[in-house]
Design a binder for this molecule. Structure first.
Ligand SMILES: Nc1ncnc2c1ncn2[C@@H]1O[C@H](COP(=O)(O)OP(=O)(O)OP(=O)(O)O)[C@@H](O)[C@H]1O
Ligand SMILES: [Mg+2]
Length: 255
């Protein structure tokens, strides 16, 4: 890997049941830095992230990650990108502990797993589990973790891969209010030398840490510096009438 982390999406076109979620959309971003993606429920944030991860094959368009065409190829995208899926979409029934989940994602890349966990893998998993405050519950089966606990495990799993790019789909959604700031800070630190995409319904947590803001609502409606992009008209356009200016702050009340 060489050069700065880089993602380019061209002419992205995705439709479900004849309805476009994206239609000819694109953007290009070079890291490091944090890209915060906002938009109401059903806007297409997860769909965009899944397209970047190669998990959705678009009707039209290409996704390039660090110069490589990863369109529709999760294997290729995954070599460059660590992924935190939206918690609501995560299958929790598999018989693994949180720690095993993190270790497995480190061991499966490129090499067949061996019966014992190599020391390097064990130490790296431990380091990231600690960083996100997951060491207390890391040895419980995933099926018995709370939403916030599993979310921390998933963040550790993505970070532990030490990829130049991260895509995190609502990584704070289940974290309790006191924990949110800590995780947001870890994400901010990660974005110092990596390109990090994060979606959130809580943009205040990320806005001041972001290099770019993207407003999505059935297409990319705005993309640029947070100062330029976090504008009332644009947010009204994305969220409809549920955006208000109160005391010089923009508030979003979702319907
Ligand atoms: N696999 C799928 N099959 C059919 N429709 C889908 C599929 N995935 C997404 N959609 C539809 O695409 C649209 C965008 O969904 P998406 O999950 O990307 O939104 P989102 O912005 O992530 O929303 P949320 O904030 O609720 O997570 C929605 O109308 C959704 O119903
Ligand atoms: Mg989503």
């Amino acid at each position: 890997m060489h050069g700065k982390p880089h993602v380019k999406v061209e002419d992205l076109t995705i439709a479900y049941r004849g309805e476009y979620v994206f239609n000819g959309d694109g953007f290009e971003v070079e890291g490091p830095g944090l890209v915060t993606v906002i938009g109401p429920n059903g806007a297409g944030k997860t769909t965009l992230f899944r397209a970047i991860m190669g998990l959705v094959k678009p009707l039209r368009g290409r996704v390039y990650v660090n110069g490589e065409d990863v369109t529709g190829s999760p294997g290729r995208a995954g070599r460059h990108i660590g992924y935190v899926p939206q918690l609501a979409h995560v299958y929790r029934g598999f018989p693994l502990t949180g720690r095993e989940l993190v270790e497995l994602s480190l061991r499966l890349r490129g090499r067949p797993p061996r019966l014992h966990v190599p020391r390097g893998v064990r130490e790296r998993a431990e380091r990231y589990l600690r960083a996100v405050g997951a060491e207390r519950f890391a040895d419980r089966p995933v099926s018995r973790l709370s939403g916030g606990q599993l979310q921390r495990i998933l963040i550790a799993r993505a970070l532990a891969r030490e990829t130049p790019i991260l895509v995190m789909d609502e990584p704070l959604s289940a974290i309790d209010p006191r924990g949110k700031e800590g995780i947001a800070r870890i994400i901010e630190e990660t974005a110092r030398d990596k390109l990090v995409f994060v979606s959130s319904h809580d943009p205040i947590m990320f806005l001041h840490r972001s290099k770019y803001l993207m407003v999505v609502n059935r297409g990319i409606k705005g993309f640029g510096s947070p100062e330029k992009t976090f504008r009332l008209e644009l947010l009204r356009h994305a969220y409809g009438g549920s955006v208000y200016m109160i005391e010089k702050c923009i508030h979003v009340f979702e319907r």
